[in-house]
Design a protein around this ligand. Structure first.
Ligand code: GLU
Length: 290
């Protein structure tokens, strides 16, 4: 039985660049060294930004790098019902609530609160409503067809888990952005009441990622440090949904010569462009510092 399962989970919203190559090679190398497997997962829940052409390019670029992965590849957009069921479970337990507030309303509400967490590592932290929406108002807003987001209630989560809530921790085998390593206390409050789904997009990165890592038996989540803080909420979701808990290995982020992170907008560093410029997969490894 394979005891080491990791994954590379890109979103097909652009061509892969050197930063993605570094992440993919890190995960595939770790699996090889451990005698395990690295899965490929297509995280395409945002159908306004993901395209089949970018998905095809991911397969092409990774194969060119010399990587291969088990079939079938899980494509998240084919499994929206799974994520809806997971959300439904949280809803039945009163752990999520509909939030009709606009970004502006949230900013105003946060500005008024006497003790608000303000900016967290992931941007504005919404600590939750001061008072829950009345059933009548919720019904009225739903009837009017207003857009809303499903947010995870940290208050309800704390009530549901009791003492387990404060004891939640995860194992970091890599390194967080502030050198976090070893046993890390989960601090979902650093992110606040995060959005788990929207009226129009029935899931979110957090929900789909946690669901799939469990479903696919992932034992080691290997990914960039930009997602380190997401782990705090992922760990909470695993506790709320009774899911197995993997270990995490966050890796440093590659930067360009100017010290800037690679982004999809930097066309020059896409694997496609580097390949066209005559670089080999070995050159890519070298450029990625591997
Ligand atoms: N789909 C995410 C991304 O493109 C990665 C998710 C993960 O590794 O947890 O950044």
């Amino acid at each position: 039985m394979t005891r080491f399962i990791t994954r590379f989970a890109p979103s097909p919203t652009g061509r892969l660049h050197l930063g993605h190559a570094f992440s993919a090679l890190t995960a595939f190398d770790a699996a090889r060294e451990a005698g395990g497997v690295c899965l490929l997962r297509i995280e395409d829940i945002d159908q306004t930004r993901c395209t089949p052409a970018f998905e095809a390019a991911i397969f092409e670029d990774l194969a060119w790098l010399g990587l291969n992965w088990p079939q079938p590849v899980r494509r998240q957009s084919d499994h929206m019902d799974d994520y809806a069921r997971a959300l439904e479970r949280l809803a039945c337990e009163g752990l999520v609530y509909r939030c009709f507030k606009t970004r502006k309303e949230i900013a105003e509400e946060i500005g008024r609160a006497p003790h608000h967490p303000g900016e967290g590592p992931e941007g504005v932290v919404y600590p939750g409503p001061q008072a829950p929406l009345s059933e009548a108002e919720e019904a009225e807003r739903l009837a009017r067809g207003e857009p809303y987001a499903w947010r995870l209630s940290l208050n309800a989560s704390r009530d549901a888990l009791g003492a387990r809530y404060d004891a939640l921790s995860f194992i970091e085998e890599g390194e967080g952005p502030d050198g976090e390593h070893g046993v890390v206390t989960a601090r979902p409050d650093l992110l606040g009441d995060v959005i788990l789904a929207r009226k129009d997009v029935g899931t979110s990165y957090h929900m789909a990622c946690v669901h799939d890592d469990a479903l696919q038996g992932v034992t080691h989540v290997i990914r960039g440090q930009d997602l380190f803080f997401a782990t705090h909420v992922h760990r909470l979701l695993q506790a709320l949904l009774d899911l197995p808990v993997p270990v995490w290995r966050h890796h440093r982020l590659l930067t360009d010569a100017a010290g800037k992170r690679f982004a999809k907008r930097d066309r020059s560093e896409t694997l496609e462009a580097l390949r066209a410029a005559g670089l080999s997969p070995a050159d890519i490894r070298q450029r990625a510092g591997l």
